[in-house]
Write a protein that binds this ligand. Structure first.
Ligand SMILES: Cc1cc2nc3c(=O)[nH]c(=O)nc-3n(C[C@H](O)[C@H](O)[C@H](O)COP(=O)(O)OP(=O)(O)OC[C@H]3O[C@@H](n4cnc5c(N)ncnc54)[C@H](O)[C@@H]3O)c2cc1C
Length: 402
C-alpha cells in the first residue's frame, strides 16, 4: 500500500512529536505522519529524569553556550536564545502542561510524572490529526525526483518533506539506534559516529572497592574539565551528575582526580589536618580526618596517601605524612579503565555534522526538503534538562520551517 504525506517524520521521540505538532499547528491542511519503530511513541521520554522528565533548564534563558558540546553547539545558540526555557515552558503551558523549576533551574512537570509530558504531546498530535505509524522500521529511504520514498516491512510511503528525528544510540532498550545516522549518511551527509555520554565512568583504583556505596560532595577533575556536585562510588565506577558531565571527555588510562574538600585550598586543608593531629594525638590514625570526611572515605584517603598502619596514633604522624594526606584529600586519583556502553548512557556525542545543516531552518544543506532535529545531530548537552530542551526546540524549529 502506497500512502502520500506532505511531511513524514522518522522517529516519535521528543523532537519528532513536537515537530509534528508544530507542522500541523501552523498549517492545518498539511498531512503529517510519524513513523516510529517502537510499538509506541515517546518510550525514552517516559524514562527521563528518573520518570519525572527534566524537560528544560532556566539557565537556557541566559547563556547556555557552555552547556553543550558538538559541531552544532555554536550554531544552536541562536535557536536556544529564540526558544529559551521560558518559551518552551509557555509552549507546554499552551499544550496543557504546568511546570515548575527547582533551585538549580531544572524544570519538571508539576505532576512530577514524565507521562504527563508525553500525554500532552500525544493528545496534541491526536487533536491536530498527526498520523502515528508505530511498529514500523524503515528499511529503505531514498529520494525519487522531488519526493522521498520510505519503505517499511508493511507499507510504502511517499513524502514531500522528510524529517529525521531518530535520536542517538543511547539507551537501546528505549529505542536508541543509529538508524537516523545511517539514513543521513546515505543522503551524502558527513557523520561523526555516536559515543556514549552522560554515564558513569568505569575506573580503577586500589581503594575503590572500599568506597562502594558512598556518596559525597566533591569536585571532580578530568584534564582541564572540572565539575562539582555529589559523586557516587560504585563497585567499578564513579557516578553522579558531576561525573556524567565529565563522561564526554573520559578516555581509557586518563586520570580523574576527586577533590573531597573543594571549598578549601590545599594549604588550608593541610593546616586543618595538622590541627587534628594535635587535637586527636592520643587516638589511632584512622581518626585523623574525623569531622572532615565520612569514615570509610577518610580511611581510603589515608591508605592512598601511604598511611595504612592505623595502629599508630595521630600524634605520631610526620609532617610529610600530613602533607601527603592533604594532597590526597584534594586529589584522590582514579584511572579511567574503560568507556561505558550505550546501555548506561543517557545521551551520545556524535551525529550529523553541524555545518551541513542550516541552523535557521534545520534543513539539510545537501538535500532539499530533508530536515533534522534532536539528538541525531552532533550536539550533546550536560545533565539538567539541556538535551530534552534541544530536542523540543529543534523539533519546534523544523515544524515551523517546513
Ligand atoms: C534514562 C534517560 C534519562 C534521561 N533523562 C533526561 C532528562 O531528565 N533531561 C534531559 O534533558 N534529557 C534526558 N535524557 C536524554 C533525552 O531523553 C534525549 O536527549 C532526548 O530524548 C532526545 O530526543 P530525540 O527525539 O532526538 O530522540 P528520542 O527521544 O530517542 O526519540 C527518537 C525516536 O526515534 C525512534 N527511532 C530510532 N530509529 C528509528 C528509525 N530508523 N525509524 C523510526 N524510528 C526510529 C526511537 O524508537 C525513538 O522513539 C535522558 C535519557 C535517558 C536514556
Amino acid at each position: 500500500m502506497q500512502r502520500v504525506f506532505d511531511v513524514v517524520i522518522l522517529g516519535g521521540g521528543a523532537a519528532g512529536l513536537v515537530c509534528a505538532i508544530e507542522a500541523k499547528r501552523r498549517r492545518h491542511d498539511t498531512t503529517v505522519a510519524i513513523i516510529e519503530k517502537n510499538e509506541r511513541v515517546g518510550k525514552k521520554l517516559l524514562a527521563t529524569g528518573n520518570g519525572r522528565c527534566n524537560l528544560t533548564n532556566m539557565l537556557i534563558n541566559g547563556n547556555a553556550r557552555n552547556c553543550y558540546v558538538g559541531t552544532f553547539s555554536k550554531q544552536a545558540e541562536k535557536l536556544l536564545q529564540e526558544i529559551n526555557a521560558d518559551a518552551l515552558r509557555r509552549y507546554f503551558y499552551d499544550l496543557g502542561l504546568l511546570t515548575r523549576a527547582d533551585s538549580e533551574g531544572r524544570c519538571y512537570p508539576l505532576s512530577n510524572q514524565a507521562s504527563s509530558v508525553l500525554d500532552v504531546l500525544r493528545f496534541a498530535c491526536e487533536r491536530y490529526g498527526v498520523e502515528m505509524l508505530c511498529g514500523e522500521l524503515p528499511h529503505s529511504v531514498r529520494k525519487n525526483g522531488d519526493c522521498f520514498q520510505i519503505k517499511t516491512e508493511h507499507a510504502e510511503y511517499t513524502a514531500r518533506k522528510l524529517v529525521i528525528a531518530c535520536g542517538s544510540k543511547a539507551a537501546p532498550k528505549l529505542g536508541g539506534s543509529a538508524g537516523g545516522l545511517d539514513i543521513a549518511r546515505n543522503f551524502g551527509h558527513k557523520i561523526i559516529p555516536f559515543s556514549p555520554a552522560l554515564c558513569p565512568v568505569p575506573v580503577k583504583s586500589e581503594v575503590l572497592r572500599s568506597l562502594k556505596g558512598i556518596r559525597a560532595k566533591a569536585a571532580v577533575r578530568l584534564g582541564e574539565h572540572t565539575e562539582a556536585g555529589e559523586i557516587q562510588f560504585t563497585e567499578n565506577a564513579l557516578s553522579g551528575i558531576c561525573v556524567f558531565n565529565l563522561s564526554f571527555f573520559a578516555r581509557p588510562n586518563e586520570m580523574i582526580f576527586v577533590d573531597l574538600l573543594s571549598d578549601f585550598p590545599e594549604e588550608t586543608v593541610c593546616n586543618l589536618i595538622a590541627e587534628n593531629k594535635k587535637r586527636f594525638a592520643a587516638l589511632t590514625a584512622d581518626n585523623l580526618l574525623t569531622g572532615f570526611l565520612q569514615k570509610r572515605l577518610a580511611q581510603a584517603v589515608m591508605k592512598q596517601a601511604g598511611v595504612s598502619n592505623f595502629s599508630v596514633n595521630c600524634g605520631a604522624l610526620s609532617s610529610e605524612q600530613i602533607k601527603a594526606i592533604a594532597r590526597t584529600v584534594k586529589r584522590l586519583p582514579f584511572t579511567v579503565s574503560n568507556v561505558n556502553g550505550f546501555e548506561q548512557a543517557q545521551c551520545a556525542t556524535g551525529g550529523i555534522l553541524g555545518n551541513e545543516i542550516n541552523e535557521n531552518t534545520m534543513e539539510s544543506k545537501k538535500v532539499k526538503n530533508l530536515y533534522f532535529c534532536g539528538e541525531v545531530i552532533d550536539i550533546c548537552g550536560i545533565c539538567g534538562g539541556f538535551n530534552l530542551h534541544f530536542a523540543f526546540a529543534s523539533g519546534c524549529r523544523v515544524g515551523g520551517s517546513i
